[in-house]
Design a binder for this molecule. Structure first.
Ligand code: FAD
Length: 164
């Protein structure tokens, strides 16, 4: 998606991390060394600024704001209540000990408004001397170094490919 923040500027804002068994499966069964759940968990925690959930699986002061839904439709509430009456475990935290159960999810919002990757990371960095934003720019190549493949240079052109 061509927008600052990419898909986080138009997604459904649900904040549910990948299931731990997926990360561990990618590592153990498919050779993605260093991508097990316990490897990536510190980065989720560091990113997260959760206004309600606390404890060892959550971050409270990260740049990505996470909060409860400001508005819950009564049908959503009724659906969750009926699921719990039926026998599912009530779950108020799908990024906690288990993702099983029924409950309201949290969202990447701040005070009820979308909080995109751009709000979390790009806008706070705009005062720095080095980043430049090319909203209509297209990178035609970048070089990667380091463990986490940080892009340290990129050629930026307009969408028709001419250099800028
Ligand atoms: C409709 C929808 C709803 C979703 N709902 C949720 C949800 O509720 N919860 C959730 O967790 N996830 C959701 N997702 C998925 C989530 O939004 C994405 O997985 C996530 O945003 C991906 O982030 P990203 O940074 O990897 O990539 P992107 O967000 O895709 O960012 C890549 C960026 O790079 C830019 N780009 C690409 N090629 C070039 C180039 N050559 N030069 C310059 N720029 C380039 C793109 O324009 C884009 O801005 C949803 C996705 C969609 C589409």
């Amino acid at each position: 998606m061509k927008a600052l923040g990419g898909c986080s500027s138009m997604n459904a804002m649900v904040y549910v991390r990948g299931n731990p068994s997926d990360f561990n499966g990618w590592q153990d069964d498919h050779g993605a060394a260093g991508w097990g759940y316990l490897d990536v968990l510190p980065y989720f925690i560091r990113a997260e600024g959760n206004t309600r959930c606390r404890g060892p699986l959550h971050g409270t002061d990260g740049p990505l704001h996470v909060e409860d839904l400001v508005y819950r439709h009564e049908l959503s509430q009724a659906w969750v209540e009926s699921a719990v009456k039926w026998g599912l475990t009530a779950n108020e935290d799908f990024n906690g000990e288990t993702q099983m159960g029924a409950g309201p999810f949290q969202v990447t919002c701040r005070d009820g408004l979308r909080w995109s990757a751009s709000d979390a990371y790009l806008r706070p960095a705009l005062d720095r001397p080095n980043p430049s934003s090319a909203a209509c720019g297209q990178s035609s190549g970048c070089t990667n170094t380091g463990t986490f493949r940080r892009a340290n240079s990129a050629r930026i052109g307009s969408w028709n490919g001419s250099p800028k």
